[in-house]
Write a protein that binds this ligand. Structure first.
Ligand SMILES: [Zn+2]
Length: 387
């Protein structure tokens, strides 16, 4: 989720499992009847109990890659067998997603993606080629940094609606009223990206929507830059949580998750082959951060490291995103080894266990040393020279 969408989602959509001294791991295929979403009728769910709490609450992973947190009181019936969870293959996953969508959707398959769309096929193809390039670049990049990443276990699902209205009707139940501010998002719950065709936007209506080239021309306009960046940003989240870089519902500090997504979000639409945008200076973030730095409004690093509060408060969210980008850019450029080692530590964090501020700080010191003051001064000094 980006600052262009004011309310980062993260844990909010997940009911809290009441676990005491840490959840127990269960390994069987669960057949559950539960009220998965408040206010909705009970559903039959089948999946692997990734975590179980003392009261019988479950974190359930289903064969389409979705995660359900089911507090004990939401579970009406439950039986289990020893069959292992078999993730759906491309055909099965496509059939499941299409069955959940309103009529009029079609499917475009690419190597690593299933794009379900009710806009033009060309736009679906344009989207998947952008995401394929991004995924390849992301995994190659982090493998080179020594991170343990690999191709996702299942094709990744992308839903593309033809217009903002039908998209909002679909996404409102997950995003609430914030849906009007959000042009696309990655859902930690369903593991899918949901968005709408940007070329349909009035603001960009000058270009025709015929060919891939038309779309690239339309979306290369300055007005489109932040919109395309949002799609790339969300796609980076999806890849990061599916290639082993990050674990969904683990204690991922928001500066890490958002910093990573912003490090990749500077799209390079001119190249149809590679992705030369990795690590380019993200000027919309740099400008905001530099302005805050010059006016002594940059937040103390300690505050951003020990908690996500700055990202959650509407009045500081946009500034915190800019600072998270600057901080991530600085670490990757000038502390790459420590940063990659720190990411590996975050990668191994258990699900559904939030870290207290002292723990987050202690984790940070383990990889970047104890002198946060000196690190902050070096960070500010070096970022002042980035042009
Ligand atoms: Zn984000």
């Amino acid at each position: 989720m980006g600052p262009r969408s004011r309310y980062p989602l993260a844990w909010t959509v997940f009911a809290t499992l009441a676990f005491g001294a840490g959840p127990r791991r269960a390994s069987a295929l669960e057949h559950v009847t539960a009220v998965a979403t408040k206010g909705e009728p009970p559903r039959q769910l089948e999946g692997e109990a990734v975590l179980e709490d003392r009261r019988g609450g479950l974190l359930l992973k289903t064969a389409d890659g979705a995660l359900y947190t089911l507090p004990a009181e939401s579970i009406q019936k439950r039986s289990s067998d020893s069959k292992p969870l078999a993730m759906l293959n491309r055909e099965q996953l496509t059939a499941k997603v299409m069955a959940e969508l309103p009529p009029g959707f079609r499917v475009h398959n690419s190597t690593n993606y299933i794009v379900c769309f009710n806009t033009t096929r060309t736009y679906a193809e344009w989207t998947s080629s952008l995401l394929e390039r991004l995924q390849k670049a992301f995994i190659t990049y982090w493998k080179r940094q020594g991170c343990d990443v690999k191709s996702p276990e299942q094709p990744l699902v992308v839903l593309v609606f033809s217009d903002q209205g039908s998209y909002a009707a679909y996404a409102r139940k997950e995003l609430g009223p914030a849906v009007s501010n959000i042009i696309g998002y990655y859902s930690l719950q369903s593991n899918r990206i949901i968005m709408y065709d940007l070329t349909g936007l009035q603001a960009l209506a000058s270009g025709s929507r015929g060919s891939m080239r038309d779309i690239t021309v339309t979306l290369s306009q300055p007005a489109a830059e932040p919109l395309v960046a949002t799609i790339v940003h969300e796609a980076t989240h999806q890849i990061s949580y599916n290639c082993g870089m990050q674990t969904r519902l683990a204690a991922n500090p928001l500066w890490v998750s958002e910093g990573l997504a912003m490090y990749f979000e500077t799209p390079d639409l001119s190249s149809t082959r590679g992705w030369s945008g990795i690590g380019n200076v993200n000027y919309s973030r740099l400008d905001r951060f530099s302005d805050n730095l010059q006016n002594n409004r940059a937040a103390p690093l300690k505050q951003m490291i020990e908690s996500d509060d700055l990202f959650r408060k509407p009045e500081t969210a946009v500034d915190s995103y800019a600072q998270a980008w600057a901080w991530t850019y600085y670490l990757i450029k000038w502390k790459p080894k420590q940063y990659a080692a720190y990411l590996r530590m975050v990668q191994d964090k258990p699900m559904l266990q939030e870290d207290q501020p002292q723990k987050r700080l202690a984790d940070f010191h383990k990889f970047f040393g104890d002198d946060l003051q000196a690190l902050e001064e070096d960070f500010f000094r070096k970022m002042q020279r980035v042009k």
